[in-house]
Design a protein. Structure first.
Length: 177
C-alpha cells in the first residue's frame, strides 16, 4: 500500500508542479516558445484546456492552471485522509476544511520549491553558462523575488548574494507552512 501511495504522490506532485509552473510562468510573463515552455504546455493541456471553458482567465491570469493544480491536490489530500490509519473524529464540514487546508498547504509548498529551484538554477547558470537557452526563463521567474531583495543586499565584489538571501527567506516561510 505504501508503494502505491508513493507512486500516486509522485505523479500528482509532478503534474501539480507543471500546473503551478504554467501558472507562474504566465504571471511572470515568461514566453512559452522555448523547449521548457512547450513541454509545460503540452503536458498540462489535457486539464487546462477543458477547464478554461468553465474557469475563464481574468486580468491576464490563467486561473485554469491553478484550479487544475488545486483539484489534484484536493484529490490527493482526500485520499491521504481517507486511507489514514488514525481515527478522525471531525464532522463532514471539518473533514472538507481539513482536506482543503492540506491541499492549499501542498500547493504553497510546491510553489515555494519551484521558486527555490529556479533560484538555485539561476545562480548555477550565472556561474557556468549565463547564455543558456534556459537562462531567460529562469531569470524571469526569479526576478519578482530577487528585485526587492537586491534593493537591500548589494553585490559584493561582483557576487550577487540576493539568491542566497531569497532561498533562506523561503526556507523560513516553509517552516511556517
Amino acid at each position: 500500500m505504501q508503494a502505491v501511495f508513493f507512486l500516486l504522490n509522485a505523479v500528482v506532485s509532478f503534474f501539480c508542479t507543471l500546473f503551478l509552473l504554467r501558472f507562474m510562468m504566465q504571471m511572470a510573463r515568461v514566453s512559452f516558445a522555448g523547449q521548457i515552455g512547450d513541454f509545460v504546455v503540452k503536458t498540462t493541456n489535457w486539464a487546462v484546456k477543458p477547464l478554461r471553458r468553465i474557469v475563464p482567465g481574468m486580468g491576464g491570469v490563467d486561473w485554469a492552471s491553478l484550479i487544475a493544480a488545486l483539484w489534484l491536490q484536493l484529490m490527493l489530500s482526500a485520499l491521504v485522509i481517507s486511507l489514514s490509519p488514525m481515527e478522525l473524529t471531525a464532522d463532514s464540514a471539518g473533514m472538507v476544511l481539513m482536506i482543503l487546508m492540506l491541499a492549499i498547504r501542498g500547493l504553497i509548498r510546491l510553489a515555494i520549491y519551484i521558486v527555490i529551484g529556479a533560484l538555485i538554477l539561476q545562480a548555477v547558470l550565472s556561474w557556468i553558462n549565463p547564455f543558456s537557452p534556459v537562462a531567460p526563463l529562469v531569470n524571469q521567474l526569479s526576478r519578482p523575488i530577487l528585485d526587492p531583495i537586491r534593493r537591500f543586499v548589494p553585490s559584493i565584489s561582483g557576487v550577487d548574494l540576493s539568491p542566497l538571501v531569497a532561498i533562506l527567506l523561503l526556507q523560513v516561510v516553509l517552516m511556517f507552512v
